[in-house]
Design a protein around this ligand. Sequence first.
Ligand SMILES: [Zn+2]
Length: 378
Amino acid sequence: MTPEPRTAPLLPSYGSGTLAELGASILAALGGSDANPLGLPASRKVCLLVVDGLGWELLRDHPAAAPFLNELAMNSQPLAAGFPATTVTSLTSLGTGRPPGQHGVLGYQVAIPGEHKLLNGLRWDDRIDPARWQPRPTIYERAEAAGVASYHVAPRAFRTSGLTRAAFRGARYWPADSMGALAGEAGIALREADEVLVTAYHGDLDGTGHGHGVGSDAWYYQLAHVDKLAEQLAGALPSDTALYVTADHGMVDVPAEDRVDVDNTPDLQAGVSLLGGEPRARHVYARPGAAADVLAAWREVLGPRAWVLSREDAIKENWFGPVDPDMIPRIGDVVAAPAGNWAIVATETEPRESALTGMHGSLVSSDQLIPLLTLSTG
Ligand SMILES: [Zn+2]
């Protein structure tokens, strides 16, 4: 009955090639656990540079802007971000070494079970304890327990955010508000202990892509700055250090005419209690008894251009990795992901997000594939 999407979704290879395995493998490389699914070599010091929004395809498409990173990319394979391909979910997968279905940070906006309310993972909510919402130990807590010092170098503004406490708790927070500070402080942190894990987070490439588009001069120039940042960080490493460069998701530019507006489409509103997620990865929460009708309506309106699944089928198809029972109610009754470069916006309830040029979240290579670049000092 329902037309099948013309293409198959790119399902993250949970257990073997996502950000969760990178987090777990880094911990193992430092001697903090046994499971090392990516087979990373043992190292006394690890520096992890996370560049928000640096998709694998975007990086490979711009060798002239990013010669240093592209040289490292030559002998490397991409990872998948996980679903949704969004910052809050991906950083928590990396920081816990667990897939989204286990750490429970399942999207940009997810329903708080029992309340008629969404939790925005970037803005958070004072009434929600991040350590209860995301109960898994982080790799930083586990590293510290194993005698490995851990540091998180990132902008001062994120120091006390809910996301920082969900994804990076256990790491000592070192504020760095510029690219020079990021490379410099990370280099110092790596010398603070004999066995150390230092994560450096850069967010401006993502912001530039959202605002100007990944096809813009602004994004291209920012990428060149990121390339320089990575080169400087590589130059600041002490001996016996492994540097890993990765990202939380890629991005696509969504043309203004390629947006379905839920706020102007009554058929997409019928029976819907809360619209969660974001334009390229939607959690749709139905009123009691309306889930089947919402599923049918979303399939009818969006047609083969989107993958639209029931909560049960999204879990069965492994969109989130293995899902803990506690986390199931956080997933939309209906989950929808665009199969191309288009978006499901909500211009009235989400005016800011709906106006962005660059977007991410879906199960396509542009959003999902991210680099894992490696460099080691002797
Ligand atoms: Zn973003």
